[in-house]
Design a protein around this ligand. Structure first.
Ligand code: NAI
Ligand code: 13P
Length: 335
């Protein structure tokens, strides 16, 4: 899904929900996956057999889709948010509220920028986040899941998002920590890549558990490095430990990293992603690079051996087996 726009009717919940595509280039590829002939909309490519509901309308015209919308939900691979935001400048209501489900970040010359901050700055509107242990296919089958809404100062807005997203099988909890919630969702993809290497090398469950623990520890340190306001409790919400677990067992990042390791790093992530994900995008590989850039710039790579090693393996500087060797040689963080 690329971008959702929710138009609310007074006292009647959401009236219209529009799925739009950000770039003309993509119209054919995405919209061809959405079957409009069915009674209810269906994404025949990524979620075949799942009816999306009568109130979902696919609109290829982004300008038209955002017109009058008072709630904007951003869900796109983070690589594309830049162009989407630029095309929306001056077109959204000034009192609209946004929420980002995007797990990733922008790294600019002046430093890292959260996607919610980027959306907020580009469009001049407030932006909350929703993150969590949310494998799309399982939610589509209405299996019980949780998620976390991260909000800034306005609890009322957070409650509105909670109300909109909550269903009997989807439990949403508000947390006043946008940065912590968003960075958890962003960084867990790097940990998932590490977990995939471990799986690809048949290193076993104990090793994978150790990698998950190292990963969570680096996530916490990285979050606090960027934002001292990040709350420890956020790591125990769905956006934290639960998302790390689900992604390290059932996610696409894990799956493609496993294939990368099985191939001894000889087939690139780019090639494997194209072959295995049919147009979907991996977030962990670009995020590992972005995190590496931030750490390198600040001279802190040695304090984050797991994050640094993941990027060095992804970029071909180290073999996949380095994922555990590093921990024997360089256990630099406090346990
Ligand atoms: N799929 C999942 O289970 C979950 C995804 N997320 C996060 O949500 C965000 C979106 O993930 P998905 O919906 O899975 O994305 P995806 O990987 O399924 O990609 C969505 C669509 O983006 C399209 N796309 C390709 N080039 C594009 C461009 N230039 N501009 C705009 N769109 C383009 C792709 O063709 C694809 O159809 C990511 O940050 C992801 O980490 C969060 C929770 C769960
Ligand atoms: O974020 C996700 C689950 O919460 C999806 O993870 P993948 O992108 O690795 O599939």
């Amino acid at each position: 899904m690329v971008l959702m726009i929710i138009k609310l009717g007074l006292n009647q919940g959401f009236q219209l929900l529009v799925v739009a595509v950000g770039e003309v280039l993509l119209l054919n590829s995405l919209l061809s996956t959405l079957s409009t002939s069915a009674l209810f909309m269906e994404n025949v490519k990524y979620l075949p057999g799942i009816k999306l509901g009568k109130n979902v309308i696919a609109d290829p015209d982004l300008d038209n889709a955002v017109k009058g919308a008072n709630m904007l939900v951003f869900v796109t691979p983070h690589q594309f948010i830049d162009n989407i935001c630029k095309s929306l400048v001056g077109k959204v209501r000034s009192d609209a509220e946004a929420i980002s489900l995007i797990k990733g970040m922008e790294v600019k010359i002046e430093g890292p920028c959260l996607i919610s901050t980027y959306i907020s700055e580009q469009l001049g509107i407030n932006c909350s986040v929703l993150m969590g242990a949310n494998l799309a296919s399982e939610i589509a089958e209405e299996k019980f899941s949780e998620a976390t809404v991260g909000y800034g100062n306005n609890r009322e807005i957070a409650e509105q998002w909670v109300q909109l997203f909550t269903t009997p099988y989807f439990m949403v909890t508000p947390v006043q920590d946008v940065e912590g919630v968003e960075l958890c969702g962003t960084l867990k993809n790097v940990v998932a890549i590490a977990a995939g290497f471990v799986d690809g090398l048949d290193m076993g469950n104990n090793t994978k558990a150790a990698i998950i623990r190292f990963g969570l520890r680096e996530m916490r340190e990285f979050c606090k490095l960027l934002f001292s306001s990040v709350k420890d409790d956020s790591f125990f919400e769905s956006c934290g430990v639960a998302d790390v677990i689900t992604t390290c067992f059932g996610g696409r990042n894990r799956k493609v990293a496993e294939a990368f390791a099985k191939n001894g790093g000889k087939r690139s992530f780019y090639e494997l992603e194209a072959e295995m994900l049919q147009g979907q995008k991996l977030q962990g590989v670009p995020t590992a690079r972005e995190v590496y850039e931030v750490l390198r710039h600040r001279g802190l790579l040695e304090l984050f051996p797991l994050f640094a090693t993941v990027h060095e393996i992804c970029s071909g500087c180290l073999p996949p087996s380095a994922i555990v060797i590093y921990s024997e040689k360089k256990p630099r963080l406090p346990v």
